[in-house]
Design a protein around this ligand. Structure first.
Ligand SMILES: CC(C)(COP(=O)(O)OP(=O)(O)OC[C@H]1O[C@@H](n2cnc3c(N)ncnc32)[C@H](O)[C@@H]1OP(=O)(O)O)[C@@H](O)C(=O)NCCC(=O)NCCS
Length: 337
């Protein structure tokens, strides 16, 4: 049995009790995008692995997707909403500037004994949120937490910029983290990092306090996501590899002990490069970017839910969730399912 240095310190373990997802009904294909900008299905699928993505229509919002995913996850865990004590919504496309999206979810599901907040970790948001919720459970402070990744990135997408608009989709994934006394199950370790000097590579500048809504923008495109794809590509590969290696070192794991890596779905080629460097076989890495695109904080919980439901991960499996995103931010969680 491997040594679980960090996790074994805690009396309670945070295990995944249930999961759920919600995506908008509307699907946008690469051919649809080719009608909007100069691109092609061939270019998009060969450079990114994406074929279709779900997109919200007017009136569909982040809290709606988060609420639907949360309801499914709570039912899957066999709990009542009143048993949820903490709600963390990882998002960079919240329902409003304030109150938090977590407040809208709490009211909609009737989690009357919960407190909560939004966590802006961009594409690493779910990994950060899982580690954060895990701490409250591991210390015995709470028994059940709802951890959601929910995004409507298409609301801040520049549909005239072909290098970015092909990448993103909308959706939400939720898990219920619940307390267990089994010392070798649940969240075993988390490794996280950030480097704010890379904020210029990926951002959406307006509207915040630097570019407030009351002041006309010199560049109207500041309301959209801006990405420097080529630079991000290299950094993402490096940080994903580093995060997985740090987890393996901390938990004294070798490659053969990992049953599945669930990476943030940002680009199939980025995932392939990272996995090649880690010398992992392709069947130990889960990829569903072809159907969802990059849904930022929602991508890992959507993938994790699919893995659970299709039997790609089973009880007892050792799984690593790993992400990289704007900030720059990165990190990984080691989980025994
Ligand atoms: C964006 C990304 C797919 C671009 O792929 P790439 O192989 O690096 O492509 P490049 O940026 O080098 O562009 C190559 C050419 O394709 C063109 N191009 C860009 N988007 C295109 C599109 N949708 N369709 C057709 N051509 C396109 C470029 O203009 C460029 O043309 P040029 O050589 O004449 O200048 C890739 O860099 C990526 O996925 N990066 C990370 C994405 C990211 O930041 N995600 C969010 C973080 S989680």
């Amino acid at each position: 049995m491997h040594k679980l240095t960090e996790a074994s310190r805690h009396p309670c373990r945070a295990v995944i009790g249930g999961s759920g997802i919600s995506v908008p009904q509307k699907v946008l294909s690469n051919d649809d995008l080719a009608q909007m900008v100069e691109t092609s299905d061939e270019w998009i699928s060969s450079r990114t692995g994406i074929r279709t993505r779900h997109v919200t229509t007017d009136g569909e919002s982040t809290a709606q997707l988060a609420t639907e995913a949360a309801r499914i996850a709570i039912a899957d865990a066999g709990l009542e909403p009143a048993q949820i004590e903490l709600i963390i919504v990882a998002t960079i496309t919240p329902e409003m500037v304030f109150p938090s999206t977590a407040c809208f979810v709490q009211e909609a599901i009737g989690a009357n004994d919960a407190w909560g907040f939004d966590l802006a970790g961009a594409c690493s948001g779910f990994v950060y949120a899982l580690a954060t919720a895990g701490q409250f459970i591991e210390t015995g402070r709470i028994r059940n937490a709802l951890v959601i990744g929910a995004e409507t990135l298409t609301k801040i997408t520049n549909w005239k910029d072909r290098s970015s608009c092909i990448l993103f989709g909308d959706g939400a994934g939720a898990v219920v983290l619940t307390s267990s006394q089994d010392p070798d199950s649940g969240l075993l370790y988390s490794y996280m990092g950030m480097d704010g000097s890379g904020w210029q590579y990926l951002n959406c500048k307006a509207y915040g306090s630097r570019f407030p809504a009351y002041k006309p923008l010199e560049d109207p495109n500041l309301i959209y996501m801006s990405i420097r794809g080529r630079e991000v590509y290299q950094l993402a590969v490096r940080r994903i590899v580093e995060s997985v290696k740090k987890c393996m070192e901390a938990c004294n794991l070798d490659l053969g002990q990992i049953d599945m890596i669930i990476p943030h779905q940002m680009n199939a080629r980025i995932i392939e490069s990272a996995i090649k460097r880690l010398e992992l076989p392709a069947d130990k890495v889960f990829v569903n970017i072809d159907r969802y695109g990059n849904t930022s904080a929602a991508s890992i919980p959507i993938a994790l839910d699919e893995c659970r439901r299709t039997g790609r991960v089973k009880k007892g499996d050792l799984v690593i969730l790993v992400a990289f995103g704007a900030g720059l931010t990165w990190g990984a969680n080691v989980l025994r399912i």
